[in-house]
Design a protein around this ligand. Structure first.
Ligand code: HEC
Length: 399
């Protein structure tokens, strides 16, 4: 009963998380687009930096961009911050419900590290808190702001270290989710602690008839640039649990970094375009990189236990016995594993028809990668993975 409730709670949180995330990222893309399409105002106005006209849903919209803060403050100024806030809140709750309150098999994998669930939760939470403090501290420091290339490089290497470190202690998917959560938290707090207060400062100074302090604006701009490059990577992490070939890879942390770089490249291309450049080099570089990455992770021999192969013949009865001992605890009509009440993804692996039907997915999750059994909760051996792989590769013989 309890886990059914958790599932529903996760559903509501995930649904909300996606909706508010779309609103946040959508509005940030929209403002980037606005900024890059500004023209001189139709009627000259010295306060107006740029203007653009749009038509949508039956009306015409005129947008004037005013830098620093308008001389006459409008009655109502709309702030874009709640989308970020709610994306952050639902994200943290979702992490807690799925990974901290849910089955331990999501979080830990005895093949990766022999730690308890509590230790894993501690590592996860500490990574998020310390990660933010280090990042923010660096960019609040004098040198972090002065030598932006150096601090950028340190930030990137730091992210690689976090990805590598987490992949050595948590299950692959939990490591990915925590890297994504850290990026997400950095983005949300950037908005709330560094960007919005900077803008408040501008508005307040203008209202008080003073010159606003420019350092707030510079800092806000820097954090916006970070958020801009982090959007595509963080969205990848949100969908990563669907792709065992990434988080289930032996070098899953390196695969994650490669995908981050590709995402940032694509973002860079948009930025170039928005700034009026015709350069398209990031696109072919990103396409070639993703093809190379896909090739690298898909070549048998790089991943999982396929490397050595198996000489002897494997027939159905052997595979069924393996499914019974290693999978049925979760993937059966009545799962017995703690925290699992219905067969995950409605995949049951008891009858011959069920096993044959899911053969391709079984190959992906237990042979090409070690992502199933979840967290290797049932201690499937390498020999068993080889046997399942051999059976599928040799055309699934009955006997
Ligand atoms: C400890 C419980 C547990 C065990 C044991 C287990 N699984 Fe799973 N399995 C899950 C859960 C939970 C999911 C759903 C994961 C998700 O939500 O992304 C799942 C999903 C799957 C999927 C779908 C993957 C996808 O991304 O669509 C396949 C295929 C699968 N398991 C195969 C197996 C096989 C084969 C075994 C045995 C070798 C096995 N599982 C053992 C819990 C388990």
């Amino acid at each position: 009963m309890e886990t059914v409730l958790l599932d529903w709670l996760a559903l509501i949180l995930r649904w909300t998380h996606i909706i508010v995330g779309i609103a946040w990222i959508g509005s940030s893309f929209y403002f980037m687009w606005l900024d890059s399409h500004l023209e001189d105002p139709t009627v000259p106005d010295e306060e107006v930096e740029g203007q653009l006209w749009m038509v949508h849903s039956g009306g015409f919209y005129r947008v004037d961009k005013i830098m620093v803060a308008p001389k006459i403050m409008p009655r109502h100024l709309h702030w874009f911050k709640w989308e970020a806030w709610w994306t952050g809140v639902t994200g943290v709750l979702l992490l807690a419900v799925v990974y901290y309150l849910g089955s331990a098999a999501f979080l830990i994998d005895p093949d990766v590290a022999d730690i308890t669930k509590m230790e894993a939760v501690g590592i996860g939470v500490a990574t998020l808190v310390i990660g933010w403090l280090v990042y923010d501290g660096m960019y609040m420091s004098e040198w972090g702001n002065k030598y932006t290339k150096l601090s950028g490089a340190i930030g990137f290497i730091g992210l690689c270290v976090v990805a590598y470190g987490l992949s050595q202690v948590l299950s692959g998917r939990a490591a990915y989710i925590h890297v994504g959560a850290l990026i997400g938290i950095i983005m949300v707090l950037n908005v709330w602690i560094r960007i919005i207060p900077g803008q408040h400062n501008l508005v307040d100074a203008r209202k008080a008839g003073e010159e606003p302090d420019p350092t707030y604006g510079i800092r806000a701009k820097q954090r916006s640039v970070h958020n801009n490059y982090l959007t595509l990577p963080v969205v990848f992490v949100m969908i990563s649990s669907h792709y065992p070939m990434t988080f289930g890879h032996e070098l899953n942390w390196a695969v994650l970094i490669a995908i981050f770089i590709i995402g940032a490249l694509v973002r860079h291309w948009f930025n170039l375009r928005n700034s009026g450049s015709d350069a398209i080099w990031p696109v072919p570089v990103a396409i070639i990189s993703i093809i190379m990455l896909a090739g690298y992770v898909s070549v048998p021999g790089f991943t999982g236990p396929e490397k050595e192969g198996l000489k002897r013949k494997v027939v159905f009865s052997e595979v069924q016995a393996i499914m019974k001992t290693r999978c049925a605890a979760c993937h059966s009509a009545k799962p017995t594993y703690e925290g699992i009440e219905t067969p995950p993804k409605n995949i049951k692996l008891e009858t011959e028809a069920e096993i044959r039907k899911h053969a391709a997915q079984i190959q992906k999750t237990t042979v090409a990668t070690n992502t199933m059994p979840l967290g290797n909760a049932t201690k499937m051996s390498k020999e068993e993975r080889l046997a399942v792989g051999k059976w599928i590769a040799s055309g699934m013989p009955s006997e």
